[in-house]
Design a protein around this ligand. Structure first.
Ligand code: NDP
Length: 333
């Protein structure tokens, strides 16, 4: 498959270029708002062409799909343009700044008959898939609670729009809470119904929150606790799923690489759980390509992207108002 990259971003250079190539695909061009950045990005990542003209890139009949990894406020218009040009779309999270934007993107893709996916990488991780399989198999009985620890220290190189530009979609809630919402939905197979939350600026955020804690109620009665931050250098990451017959401890797994460890604890003792160590983003690209070929769905669909955004928006509203919020998924989630 031949791809156009929309956005000369860090995630594209650090992970996605390698993932497309590992999956046997080609990157034919990169589109950026800056000609200089586009040229530097193309050279650094061995991409044969670059442009600031999105329409021209989308007019290339040789481009089958686009990967959108610009800042968050641009995703909506860029996705709609790509869909209108008949391209399949792999879009970064959050899909948009509002639920209406995300819904419009997914509805347009559905109407155009193109594949639309959200780049929620964690559900492509062997560790998360192993945890999900344990939960689904009933090994821990009825799920009582899920705790997600995702408080990291944002690298200096990423301390730009994420920490100071609400208009670009900055803040830890659109950045990390969306991932945690997708993790909870993926692991438990149900959608959060209501949320309570608090957020804070704890040293890094300027006009946007850099930390959040929230509790979500699931339809089954299970409770989810989620902690996200940009300001925690030594917290580590992980998740725990606790059930009536056992607990799963997954340490170091809220990460972009296939790292960490998973342990199952039951009345029978403690067991280390093996899991696949495939690159998360390559798994996503391969599954996207299979969906384009008519075989199944992307790892995270557009509807998954709508749902994760809906949860994040509810968390932000709950934190701002100090009130419990019902998650508004809209008609298409
Ligand atoms: P970056 O800040 O690296 O890039 C975002 C945009 O900023 C680029 O598209 C580019 O604009 C511009 N830009 C980048 N570098 C420079 C520079 N040196 N000088 C001036 N402008 C620059 O963003 P990230 O890669 O961190 O995130 C991009 C998107 O990917 C976001 O939506 C984010 O939420 C998502 N993301 C997803 C991850 C995942 O694992 N799924 C992980 C990390 C990010 P232009 O578009 O004009 O080229």
């Amino acid at each position: 498959m031949r791809w156009a990259l929309i956005g000369a971003s860090t995630i594209a250079s650090q992970f996605m270029c390698a993932a497309f190539r590992a999956a046997g695909h080609q990157i034919v061009t990169v589109v950026s708002g800056s000609a200089d950045l586009a040229a530097r990005f193309a050279e650094a990542n061995a991409i044969p062409a670059c442009t600031t003209d999105l329409a021209a890139a989308l007019a290339d009949p040789g481009v089958a799909a686009v990967y959108i990894s610009s800042t968050n406020e641009k995703h909506h218009a860029q996705a709609l343009a790509a869909i209108a040009a008949g391209k399949h779309v792999l879009c970064e999270k959050p899909l948009g700044l509002t639920l209406a934007e995300a819904q419009q993107m997914v509805a347009a893709a559905d109407a155009a008959g193109v594949v639309f996916a959200t780049n929620h990488h964690l559900r492509c991780s062997g560790s998360h898939r192993a945890v999900r399989d344990l939960v689904a198999s009933g090994r821990i009985g009825r799920v009582l609670s899920l705790r997600i620890f995702h408080a990291v220290h944002l690298p200096v190189t990423l301390q730009g729009w994420r920490i100071n530009d609400a208009g670009a979609g900055g803040g830890v809630i659109p950045d990390i809470t969306v991932h945690n919402a997708d993790v909870a939905r993926f692991l438990l197979g149900e959608d959060p119904q209501t949320v309570v939350a608090q957020s804070a600026t704890s040293g890094m955020g300027q006009g946007v929150e850099d930390s959040a804690m929230s509790v979500w109620s699931m339809p089954s009665g299970a409770m989810v606790f989620a902690h996200e931050s940009f300001t925690h250098p030594f917290a580590g990451s992980g998740l725990e799923v606790h059930g009536t017959e056992g607990s799963i401890f997954a340490r170091g797994v809220m990460t972009q690489r296939p790292l960490g460890e998973v342990e199952l604890v039951t009345a029978g003792g403690r067991t280390s759980v093996p899991f696949a160590s495939d690159d998360l983003y390559t798994v996503a690209v391969r599954q996207f390509a299979r969906a384009v070929a008519g075989q199944g769905q992307p790892a995270a669909t557009g509807h998954d992207g709508i749902a994760s955004l809906a949860v994040a928006l509810a968390v932000r509203q709950a934190a701002r108002t100090g009130t419990r919020q019902t998650v508004q998924y809209g008609a298409t989630a």
